[in-house]
Design a binder for this molecule. Structure first.
Ligand SMILES: [Zn+2]
Length: 207
């Protein structure tokens, strides 16, 4: 995500006040966090940790630098008018409330209106939206609406089931709780028959 000049100025100010050298902001922030945890950032085992955390966090948020419009730009005209389903797509995301991972599987279907997209683009779209700070409900909606907006199909369905480390490791500590969210658009919302056909196709995944 491009920073606005005001955000860049704020970052420079913050870095100066913390005496973090320019270009070392990520490492400086992680070192500060380690100190706040009561750790010594200079001890042997932690020396390269700031760099590793920086690389990991940049990867976990790499979706900000991917463009759904580009991923879905190449479409094919077909006469296929049956449901297209891509199920069991693994995804990893980060909850925006605790910066902790949530991860699971995603099932997507759309009903083409003469236009389809390469099957591999669907998991790439899931990556683009999940590699960001997210809440699961919003992630589900964004994926469905993106397909709906770019392909203009007759309908889109997206179901996501995920385990949240913020539920498992802290607070209520419910180890086996899974959150299931769905977004149904077009015929998947209006036609009971279409919706249940989709749910039957993916049901074998719910155990
Ligand atoms: Zn959370």
């Amino acid at each position: 995500m491009a920073r606005t000049s005001q955000e860049s100025e704020e970052l420079r100010k913050l870095s100066r006040s913390l005496e973090i050298p320019a270009g070392q902001e990520w490492e400086g922030a992680v070192r500060l966090m380690l100190q706040l945890m009561g750790e010594d950032p200079n001890r042997e085992g932690l020396r390269r940790t700031p760099l590793r955390v920086k690389k990991a966090l940049q990867f976990f948020t790499s979706g900000y630098r991917q463009k759904p419009a580009t991923i879905l730009s190449r479409t094919f005209n077909v006469r296929h008018d049956e449901m297209v389903v891509v199920k069991d797509i693994d995804f990893y995301s980060m909850c925006e409330h605790h910066l902790l991972p949530f991860f699971g599987r995603c099932h997507i279907a759309y009903m083409p209106d003469k236009k389809i997209v390469g099957l591999s683009k669907i998991p790439r779209l899931v990556e683009a939206f999940s590699r960001r700070l997210q809440v699961q409900e919003q992630l589900t909606t964004q994926i469905a609406e993106s397909i709906n907006g770019h392909l203009k199909p007759l309908g889109v369905a997206c179901v996501m089931e995920a385990a949240h480390l913020c539920l498992m490791m802290r607070g209520v500590q419910k180890l086996n709780a899974r959150a299931v969210t769905s977004s149904m658009l077009g015929v998947f919302r209006t036609s009971e028959k279409t919706r249940s056909e989709f749910l039957t196709l993916i049901r074998s995944n719910f155990s």
